[in-house]
Design a protein around this ligand. Structure first.
Ligand code: ADP
Ligand code: MG
Length: 237
C-alpha cells in the first residue's frame, strides 16, 4: 500500500518537530527515514501510524485520505527499538496475540504462527519466553508479531538500535531478505547512514523537521542536494 504525506507539520509547544513534509512512498518499497537525533523521524513515523495528529497537512494510504483514521483503521504493524514483547507470554503466544484479539479461529492461528516463526527463522523456539532469547531474536519475534495481522504498512523505529554492531549487521541483511519475500510497504527509521544505504530502496534524509533529500542510496551518495546531506552521508569508510 502506497503512502503519501502532503504538507504535514507537527509542533510540540513552540517546537516545530515536523515542518511541511511532502513524501511519496511506493507500494511494496522499503524506505529509510535517515537523519540525526531530534530531526523528526519518529514523529513523522508516528504521524503515518496515526499515533499523532498533524497540525496541518494530510496523509493518504492507498490514495485514500487517512488523516483522521484511527491506528486500527490504518492496519499498520509497528516495531520499536525497545522490545515490547509480553514477558509472561511465550514466543508463540506473542506472535498469536494480534490474531487472538481479532478472534481468528484457533486452528488458523496455529498454522499462521508456525509460518511466521519459519519466516523469521525462529522455528523451534515457539515455547520460549522473551527472557530466554537474545536481543536479535526478540526483535525478530516483534517483527513476526507485527506481520501476523497482515498489515498494509510496516513501520520500524530504530528496530536494531539497542543491539550490538555484529547483530545489527546480520539483521540488516536479514530484513532485506525478509522484505524481498513479503513485499509489505516498509518505512524504517535509523540515524545510521550505513544501515540505511545497505537496506533501503530509497532514503528520505531529514534535518530539523524537514526533508532535505529523497532518492536512492546511489543518487544521494553521488549527488547530495545540500551541504547537510553531504556531511551527514559522507564517505562511508
Ligand atoms: P528523532 O526520531 O529524529 O530523533 P523525534 O521525532 O523523536 O526525532 O523528535 C523531534 C523533536 O521533537 C525532538 O526534539 C523531541 O524532543 C521533540 N518531541 C518529540 N515528541 C515530543 C512530545 N510528545 N512532546 C514534546 N516534544 C516532543
Ligand atoms: Mg526517534
Amino acid at each position: 500500500m502506497g503512502i503519501v504525506v502532503e504538507n504535514v507539520s507537527k509542533r510540540f509547544g513552540s517546537f516545530q518537530a515536523v515542518e511541511q513534509v511532502n513524501l511519496e512512498i511506493k507500494s511494496g518499497s522499503l524506505v529509510a527515514l535517515l537523519g540525526p537525533s531530534g530531526s523528526g523521524k519518529s514523529t513523522l513515523l508516528r504521524l503515518i501510524a496515526g499515533l499523532e495528529m498533524p497540525d496541518s497537512g494530510k496523509i493518504y494510504l492507498t490514495g485514500k485520505d487517512a488523516t483522521h483514521q484511527s491506528v486500527q483503521e490504518r492496519n499498520i504493524g509497528f516495531v520499536f527499538q525497545h522490545y515490547a514483547l509480553f514477558k509472561h507470554l511465550t514466543v508463540r503466544q506473542n506472535v498469536a496475540f494480534g490474531l487472538e484479539i481479532r478472534k481468528v479461529a484457533k486452528k488458523k492461528i496455529a498454522g499462521r504462527v508456525e509460518q511466521l516463526l519459519e519466516l523469521v527463522q525462529l522455528h523451534g523456539l515457539g515455547d520460549r519466553y522473551p527472557s530466554q532469547l537474545s536481543g536479535g531474536q526478540r526483535q525478530r519475534v516483534a517483527l513476526a508479531r507485527a506481520l501476523a495481522v497482515e498489515p498494509n504498512v510496516l513501520l520500524l523505529d530504530e528496530p536494531f538500535g539497542a543491539l550490538d554492531a555484529k547483530v545489527r549487521k546480520d539483521l540488516r541483511a536479514w530484513l532485506r531478505r525478509l522484505h524481498d519475500e513479503v513485499h509489505v510497504t516498509t518505512v524504517f527509521v535509523t540515524h545510521d547512514q550505513e544501515e540505511a544505504m545497505e537496506v533501503a530502496d530509497e532514503l528520505v534524509v531529514m534535518n530539523q523537521g524537514k526533508v532535505e533529500q529523497i532518492g536512492t542510496p546511489a543518487e544521494i551518495y553521488d549527488r547530495p542536494a545540500s551541504a547537510f546531506v553531504m556531511s551527514f552521508i559522507g564517505p562511508v569508510n
